[in-house]
Design a protein around this ligand. Structure first.
Ligand code: PLZ
Length: 423
């Protein structure tokens, strides 16, 4: 029995079945483009732990910053006895996010927690309750964020009842929209909001600028700016969930920048911590500061070790210009994916190092989840770690670390190419 098989047996007896894993190999070490399992087998990393290790795994600056911080102190709780690195991370969030208006930030542990807090802030600041989200949205697994998330299986099934005052509007999904342009898709969504919710009741419009779990859906150009303009007019808070798209992933620091958006609030997590759990809400000072003192917080939010990692990760992104690296990955991966197109590939889409292909039955738009699963499995067998996503489970997505060497990237593309050919 391999060491991984042995571990898997232990896992089955100890870890709840509800917690899944993409592969059943257990990891021993990982770097900038590969993971190595306990049996010495190497995996090319097209997952980055779901868009987290943008700076690579065990990135040298992050390792050193964490080491130095754990030697100094591991936890005081910022709400009890504050420390400099929390403030410094907030300063970085303020400086890096789009919009030159006065901002504030607050730190949390996970993406879901950031989203929950962004909604709390928007509700408190507006005195309104309704939150508008979109088809195919993913915002997390806590009770409120399950309500905000669109897809039933596996996220919501039998986990209700869900938080109230959440309303879902149609998304711009160019492949499946029958040719609606961004303005038309926004009009369709705004009609739903105005008729079913009422502009004056909307606390927040919450959207991923490129949807992640929902299928790497890139809305038609103009959709996001039109929604943001409507929200401003309606006195609603426009929140961009940049948890998956943020921190250089799409070829800019934040995906909002591709269309010149300046969201009122932005949620961040994943890439910002270089692998340590940390999340943030950053945005308009008048909204953030509307909340009474003590209204926001949590024991571990902005833990000093996670803050040290975040500062080191951000420094690495700046120093290595990882936004440019994301564009380098796009310049290699996007044409390679386009060249792999067959009659079952409906679309190649995404931005930067957040790219995907959507698989359908030839000649139709009928999702082909079975082929998607088969291609993914065949990639895994050949040593390429890929992920799937999409409401219909028919999207193969690619999220390599932004520091992946060209050689690993090309080896990954070769594996993907033969997996697609053979399935
Ligand atoms: N918002 C846009 O992508 C996390 C979740 C995977 P947490 N996406 C990966 C899974 O199956 O749980 C995500 C996201 C967007 C919010 C979240 C939630 O972030 O850190 O997982 O809570």
């Amino acid at each position: 029995m391999s060491l991984s098989e042995d571990l898997h047996k232990r896992r089955l007896a100890a870890v709840a079945r509800g917690v899944g894993s993409t592969i059943s190999s257990y990891i021993e070490s990982a770097g900038g483009g590969t993971l190595t399992d306990v049996d010495g087998r190497e995996w090319i990393d097209f997952a980055s732990g779901i868009a987290v290790t943008n700076v690579g795994n065990a990135a040298p600056r992050v390792v050193e910053a964490v080491r130095q911080q754990v030697e100094r102190f591991t936890h005081t709780c910022f709400m009890v006895a504050p420390y400099e690195s929390y403030v410094a991370v907030c300063e970085q969030l303020i400086g890096l996010t789009p919009g030159s208006f006065e901002k504030r930030a607050a730190l949390f542990n996970s993406g879901a927690e950031a989203v929950e807090n962004a909604v709390k802030i928007a509700r408190h600041a507006t005195g309104r309750q309704a939150v508008v989200v979109f088809d195919h949205a993913y915002h997390g697994r806590t009770n409120l964020t399950m309500a905000l998330t669109a897809k039933n299986m596996p996220y919501k099934h039998r986990f209700g009842p869900f938080a109230p005052e959440v309303y879902r509007a149609p998304m711009s999904y160019p492949l499946r929209d029958g040719g609606l342009d961004g303005a038309e898709a926004a009009r369709r969504a705004i009609d739903v909001i105005e008729k079913q919710v009422g502009a004056g009741n909307v606390a927040a419009v919450l959207i991923e600028p490129i949807q992640g779990e929902g299928g790497f859906v890139v809305p038609a150009q103009g959709f996001l700016p039109a929604l943001a303009a409507w929200a401003a007019e309606a006195g609603a808070v426009f929140i961009a969930d940049e948890i998956q798209t943020g921190f250089c992933r799409t070829g800019q620091w934040f995906a909002s920048e591709h269309e010149g958006l300046t969201p009122d609030l932005i949620t961040t997590a994943k890439g910002m911590g270089g692998g340590l759990p940390i999340a943030g809400v950053v945005g308009r000072a008048d909204l953030m500061d509307a909340v009474h003192a003590g209204g926001l917080g949590g024991t571990y939010g902005g833990n000093p070790v996670a803050c040290a990692a975040a500062l080191a990760a951000i420094e690495t992104m700046r120093e290595l210009d990882l936004a440019a690296e994301a564009r380098r990955i796009e310049s290699i991966l996007a044409p390679a994916l386009a060249a792999l197109r067959d009659e079952g590939v409906a679309e190649v889409r995404g931005r930067g190092a957040m790219l995907a292909v959507e698989l359908v039955r030839p000649g139709t738009l009928e999702p082909d989840a079975a082929r998607t699963a088969a291609v993914s499995k065949s990639c895994h067998e050949a040593g390429l770690l890929t992920l799937t996503c999409g409401t219909y489970g028919n999207v193969l997505r690619f999220l390599p670390p932004l520091v992946i060497p060209d050689g690993d990237l090309r080896r990954g593309i070769d594996i993907l190419s033969s997996s697609l050919r053979n399935n």
